[in-house]
Write a protein that binds this ligand. Structure first.
Ligand code: ADP
Ligand code: MG
Length: 729
């Protein structure tokens, strides 16, 4: 027993860093080398085909069959020249990863051989036999057809000799079965709503795009350790393990020099990413030992999200070469920081204005304030929905733990912007404003420093923070598809912008001047949304109390948080904006409940196995050894001496015995609880049972295992310990 652990330790101690295969060039020379981008399109496509694709990208127009054929020919030539033999439609089902099925370019040539071929039809649409993906009942299995359709707004690329075409994944009836479809729909909704609002300030604006810059946190664990711990292998987190005496207290990992093996790994990932056009900008050590982060330059949201998904995939693959495993789990180790994926989010007009960046004059600043205030209101109204969009079995373990945003939504604005909103609230009067009052207010609005980016106070404890030229949604989990959060955020903001515009228009129709109408509606929103504004420490206990006083919600349980999706007004909002219809929404929430149940179920099974088959036998063995020792002591010593020498040992034997009995008893109860939960028909009720009656066992059993870890001889303990997992590299 314990052999696996010691073999792993030996292996890890003998590891040599695997050097990076560096490109002998500047990044800019090979960036996007494997992407069928605009430049390559110009080279490989006819003029008409090129403009058909660029039109489709810019305006969402469809590409007809003839053009699609031409595009397919061009892509195929380029792909084959660059070593591709296969093609695939790449999509993002409602699982935790992307999906692909590769087909060779070959067709019969009519004389017994084959030729390479690729048609517009194959480029545009495919029907993978994808009946095993979760759909939440949208697709009945007897009609399990789903198809993938080309998303021209995200360019095709070559990955491991395969031409990879980003696609949406929908049911035969057109219902979305993936993350990308509704994300694209929300980008349209935001575009429409934000353009309408921008036109209040600048008629030249004709479209608005959403930008996303993600920061991806992760842990690196040596492959041998990863394989030696069934909990890591099967659930992505440690289900047991006593805290290491030293972990992150000294803050000496954060931003420290990157360990060589990790650095080589990260450089390898970057090389690959650059070729695929993923603009990774930053790499650094995070707070917890063996925790790291990549951040990319921001891009258009759909592209940025594809890039994040692709990067996660590349990281998993390249980690194996370096004898690492990447943990994207939000809370792989209890007691130390978990991993998030900050979503930096903003909007850009086609006139080049970031609406979240203070401008140069009162007018552009008023536009800036308009977007900030509407975002505040959207987050206030949508706090429950935003929480639901990021909560999962794994992220729930991170939220509310000491280092992560709690399950309370709030917005940090910083003092500059807060002051501005307070001023506006005070200066806008209910009667018609005098010209002087208006001028004074506009002057003040004009005073927001153009670049607050550098002088905004940062608040790293806020789940939703304004950071000078964007909002940063920090509660998103590291393993999540960003789209899950963005779909909700975009929908809420588009909905709020529409409402705002309608209110302003109504006042104007009634004869109020436009600027004054804007002032008035903003004032009312500033007042209404005030409870969501919080600049203090979001991790503190006081905030939990204060938030409750303000009437903000705080829901830590996954089924509890997910239940908001069934509120009629929320279904209506998704329908009105054309993002998800009732059955799509229902299907996706069903999938979330199922995922939660299955993940907890797997954890419970793994814990049961580890507890009964690994930990208990080890503890029993140790206990027998102690018993032997006691017996021998008794043989050798007098009763008096024996009492003195064996006293503490007898206590230890009893302690070990109690822990063993507890683990066995609770293990049995856990199985019974599962049996009971599993027969519950209704998925929501079943999820609730898993949350309330099964999850607590995991913690209870773990507590006793961790105690045993402290008692039992280190030499026979079967699982790599926290201090080893986190510090030996
Ligand atoms: P920090 O850790 O201080 O938040 P990072 O440099 O790690 O900052 O990450 C900042 C992220 O914000 C990057 O992904 C960057 O591209 C992104 N970002 C910067 N400006 C914008 C913007 N206008 N819109 C969206 N994302 C942005
Ligand atoms: Mg950040």
């Amino acid at each position: 027993m314990g052999q696996f652990r010691f073999e792993a330790l030996k292996e890890v101690l003998n590891r040599k860093p695997v050097e990076t295969e560096r490109e002998d060039a500047f990044i800019s020379d090979y960036f996007g080398k494997l992407v069928f981008d605009k430049y390559k399109m110009q080279k490989y496509l006819s003029k008409e085909a090129y403009s058909a694709v660029t039109e489709a990208i810019a305006n969402g127009t469809t590409i007809d069959r003839k053009m699609a054929d031409q595009v397919a020919q061009g892509i195929k030539s380029w792909a084959m020249e660059n070593g591709a033999t296969h093609y695939t439609h790449w999509f993002q089902p409602l699982t935790d990863s992307t999906a692909e099925k590769h087909d060779a370019f070959i067709e019969h040539n009519g004389s017994g051989g084959v030729i390479e071929a690729f048609s517009g039809k194959l480029l545009a649409q495919q029907e993978p036999d994808a009946s095993s993906f979760p759909s939440g009942g949208i697709r009945q299995t007897f009609e399990a057809r789903g198809y993938t359709a080309w998303d021209p707004s995200s360019p095709a690329f070559i990955s491991e000799s395969t031409l990879t075409i980003p696609t949406i994944f929908v049911a035969l009836t057109g219902e979305a079965l993936d993350y990308k479809t509704p994300l694209l729909r929300t980008l349209q909704s935001v575009n429409k709503a934000a353009t309408g609002v921008c036109q209040l300030f600048d008629k030249k604006v004709t479209s608005v795009q959403v930008n996303l810059g993600w920061e991806q946190e992760f842990f690196l664990i040596d492959e041998a350790f990863f394989m030696s711990r069934p909990d890591l292998t099967l659930t992505g987190r440690t289900l047991m393990g006593h805290a290491s005496p030293k972990d992150q207290q000294l803050g000496d990992h954060y931003f420290s020099s990157i360990p060589t093996r990790a650095n080589y790994f990260m450089q390898d990932v970057e090389n690959e990413a650059y070729k695929l056009g993923i603009p990774i900008k930053t790499r650094h050590n995070e707070v917890a030992p063996n925790q790291f982060e990549f951040a990319a330059l921001y891009e258009e949201a759909n592209l940025a999200n594809d890039h994040n998904q692709l990067l996660m995939d590349i990281m998993q693959k390249i980690s194996k070469k370096h004898k690492f495993r990447v943990l994207f789990h939000e809370k792989p180790f209890s007691g130390i920081n978990g991993s998030g994926k900050h979503n930096n989010w903003s909007m850009l007009t086609d006139t080049g204005v970031n609406v979240y960046k203070p401008g140069k004059n009162p007018k552009s600043n008023l536009q800036f304030l308009t977007f900030v205030v509407n975002t505040l209101q959207a987050v206030y109204d949508g706090q429950d929905l935003l929480r639901a969009s990021i909560i999962t079995a794994s992220n729930a373990l991170r939220l509310g733990a000491s280092e992560a945003p709690p399950s309370i939504l709030s917005v940090f604005l910083g003092s500059e912007v807060s002051k501005m909103l307070d001023l506006m609230e005070k200066s806008v009067v209910d009667r018609k404003m005098t010209p002087d009052e208006k001028t004074a207010l506009k002057l003040n609005i004009g005073r927001i420093p153009e670049i607050i980016l550098d002088n905004t106070d940062r608040n790293r404890t806020s789940p939703f923070a304004f950071t000078g030229n964007r909002f940063e949604f920090r509660a998103v989990g590291s393993s999540a598809n960003c789209a899950s959060a963005l779909i909700v955020l975009n929908t809420l903001v588009a909905n709020q912008l529409n409402k705002f515009k309608a209110e302003v228009d109504k006042l104007v129709e009634k004869g109020t001047k436009k600027d004054e109408a804007i002032f008035q509606v903003l004032k009312s929103l500033i007042i209404k949304s005030k409870p969501i504004r919080f600049n203090g420490d979001g991790y503190s206990d006081e905030w939990v109390k204060e938030a409750a006083k303000r009437g903000l919600t705080n829901i830590g349980s996954v089924p509890g948080a997910l239940s908001v999706y069934s509120r009629p007004e929320i279904i209506k909002m998704f329908e009105k904006l054309g993002v998800l219809n009732k059955s799509e929404l229902h299907g996706r929430v069903e999938v979330e409940y199922e995922k939660f149940i299955l993940k907890v179920q797997i954890e419970a099974r793994v814990l049961g196995d580890l507890a009964i088959n690994h930990i208990v036998p080890t503890a029993v063995e140790y206990q027998s050894r102690l018993l032997d020792n006691v017996k021998k002591l008794k043989e050798v010593f007098s009763d008096e001496e024996f009492a003195e020498l064996a006293g503490s040992r007898l206590d230890l034997i009893k302690d070990v015995g109690r822990h063993i009995s507890f683990i066995k008893a609770k293990g049995k109860e856990l199985i019974e609880a599962r049996k009971k939960a599993n027969v519950i028909e209704d998925a929501i009720e079943r999820a609730r049972a898993y949350d309330e009656t099964i999850r607590p066992y995991l913690e209870e059993i773990r507590y006793h295992i961790d105690k045993l870890e402290l008692i039992v001889d280190n030499e026979i303990w079967p699982l790599a310990k926290y201090r080893e997992l986190l510090f030996i590299r």
